[in-house]
Design a binder for this molecule. Structure first.
Ligand code: DGT
Ligand code: CA
Ligand code: CA
Length: 380
């Protein structure tokens, strides 16, 4: 992997992307509303209606997976695998998409709060770009992932698996690495080692035909794939797939997180050196955070109207507070003073002592400021 070296001799900062996938999603949603079923097999079915048992399994919980029950198999087959399970202790349910979508919407709203950019992939998964909000720090990204897990669980009851890496391809492979309730971080310097231990079927987005052909060619692992030359790959799979496979085998993927509105919010979260119990202990960090948020505002050429602060406690619980300005602003001082006011209000309004571990500032309700004349334009 090529690491660009900056003028100060440090490697240039990496992009940080996260992939979040909810565990055994439909089945987990059902467990949440009927907790009594969760210690035995739960199978969610798409019934065709032809006979009582005709149709396929949409998904199942991990208890059912131990019996070999997988998405896509006939319901009859699933039942036959459970013949030795006590009569009545397995639960077969039809898909209730409306309910799963409600759960998904709540969880996605939680995730969006923490992201520079958010890309919805499906009802149970998304990518987020978290380069800016973490200051390109993988340690901060990992802490953010724990907070995400905690908030999603609190708001919806769902567990999820999270992958963090320098691009979407690796983040997706990482989220699948330890399921359920997993968190896998691939640091930039671990990419080569990590990917060399994977099978080709871990590469997302390759269809069955490609998979079968690779298997016929005796290619099972990623190092075996990376030894195939580009011409051979092109002959076999066509240029587009060949390029994808060639790059994927090296952990390369330049696709960006496709946000529908990339300038919706700008924020930064950072860890305090010591847990704080008083707001004054956080002023220095607050100032640093405001400066870096302000730099991003100027770089992006936007003005903000909404300012929020986020406090993450030692218990992983979080507290937020926001304020809307009367008019749009680009002013660092206004940002800092408002954030400070919000921080003081939050810290003063607690019945019991709280310990703050991490602090975040976010601006939203943004307006494109390009084309706006500044005072100096008029004077000139
Ligand atoms: P996971 O992520 O391995 O813990 O388990 P799931 O169930 O979340 O699997 P995933 O992420 O591939 O799929 C998300 C949901 O999509 C899943 O809960 C049900 C639905 N689904 C997955 N595969 C199939 C399928 O082959 N047929 C149908 N009808 N639905 C499927
Ligand atoms: Ca899933
Ligand atoms: Ca999924």
């Amino acid at each position: 992997m090529i690491t660009e070296i900056r003028e100060d001799g440090k490697p240039s900062s990496s992009r940080i992307v996260s992939h979040i996938d909810f565990d055994y999603f439909y089945a987990q949603c059902e467990e949440i509303r009927r907790p009594e079923i969760k210690y035995s097999p739960v199978i969610i079915c798409v019934y065709s209606g032809r006979t009582l048992d005709s149709g396929i399994v949409s998904t199942s919980n991990y208890v059912a997976r131990k019996y070999g029950i997988r998405s896509g198999i006939p319901i009859k087959t699933a039942k036959s695998k459970l013949v030795n399970v006590l009569e009545g202790s397995a639960t077969f349910l039809p898909v209730d998409m409306r309910y799963y979508s409600q759960k998904s919407n709540i969880a996605m709203a939680v995730i969006k709060q923490f992201a520079d950019k958010f890309e919805h992939v499906g009802v149970d998964e998304c990518f987020i770009e978290i380069t800016e909000v973490t200051g390109s720090d993988f340690g901060e990204a990992k802490a953010l992932a724990w907070e995400l897990k905690n908030s999603i669980k609190k708001e919806t009851g769902l567990t999820c698996s999270i992958g963090i890496a320098s691009n979407k391809l690796l983040a997706k492979i990482a989220s699948d690495f330890q399921k359920p309730d997993g968190l896998t971080v691939i640091m930039p310097e671990q990419v080569t080692d990590f990917i060399s231990k994977c099978d080709v079927n871990k590469i997302p987005g390759i269809g069955n035909k490609t998979r079968e052909r690779l298997s016929e060619m005796g290619v099972r692992t990623i190092p075996e794939l990376s030894r195939l030359d580009s011409f051979k790959l092109s002959d076999e799979f066509g240029k587009k797939t060949a390029i994808y496979l060639h790059d994927a085998a090296r952990g390369i993927d330049n696709e960006c997180v496709k946000s529908h509105d990339s300038t919706k919010q700008i924020g930064r979260i950072s860890t305090l050196k010591r847990d704080a119990i008083q707001s004054s202990e956080m002023y220095d960090l607050l100032q640093d955070i405001c400066r870096s948020v302000h730099k991003m505002i100027i770089d992006r050429n936007v003005a903000f109207r909404n300012i929020s602060i986020l406090l993450i406690l030692d218990t992983l619980a979080n507290m937020t507070r926001s304020k809307s300005l009367k008019v749009y602003s680009t002013d660092l001082n206004e940002l800092y003073l408002t954030a400070k006011l919000l921080l003081n209000e939050t810290m003063d309004n607690n019945d019991r002592e709280i310990k703050v571990r991490r602090l975040g500032v976010k601006v939203s309700n943004l307006k494109d400021n390009s084309g706006q004349n500044t005072m100096s334009d008029f004077i000139r």
